[in-house]
Ligand binder design. Structure first.
Ligand code: ZN
Length: 163
């Protein structure tokens, strides 16, 4: 979050690149109760600039939880780990959706600190996903490629290889 002016053009390009979905929790901007905002991945406080490669589309809930943070700590090891970076990291490397699509499971330490800090699996967010799932709106179409639940994508790939 920041008070920096982001031109309508730049905002439009960020939204287009994201496929209109939050690049953290994958909710569609039309379905996010408070909409989506343009997030500075590396916050301005830490020298991040308002340029295309440092911006991501983020729902207001993810954006508020992330604030100006860029890292968090793994409680078990007390290691400082950078948050998921939608520009540098692949969503599926760090997260997977549960088979019922209600839970975003971390696959890595990056995933773990990000899921916790951004509150991905808080009760109200899972409840929201449950409602959207009933409507066929979660995961949104634009996110299905990157977020096949339960490694379905991998299964398909394996089948293709075998066939
Ligand atoms: Zn989000």
């Amino acid at each position: 979050m920041s008070g920096t002016y982001i031109s309508a053009n730049l905002r439009r390009e960020v939204v287009r690149r994201a496929g209109e979905i939050c690049e953290y929790c994958l909710i569609h901007q039309d379905d996010a109760l408070l909409g989506c905002a343009v997030d500075h991945i590396l916050s301005e406080k830490h020298g991040g600039r308002t340029e295309f490669d440092n911006l991501a589309l983020s729902c207001t809930l993810c954006n508020r939880r992330k604030g100006t943070d860029i890292a968090s700590v793994v409680p078990q090891t007390r290691r400082v780990v950078a948050l998921f970076d939608p520009r540098a990291d692949s969503w599926t490397d760090h997260f997977r959706l549960s088979a019922d699509v209600l839970t975003i499971h971390p696959r890595t330490e990056v995933g773990r600190v990000t899921a916790r800090l951004l509150g991905f699996n808080e009760f109200h967010r899972q409840a929201e996903r449950a409602l959207l799932r009933e409507e066929g709106r979660y995961p949104p179409r634009a996110a299905r490629r990157k977020a096949q639940p339960s490694g379905l994508g991998r299964q398909v790939a394996r089948t293709e290889k075998m066939g």
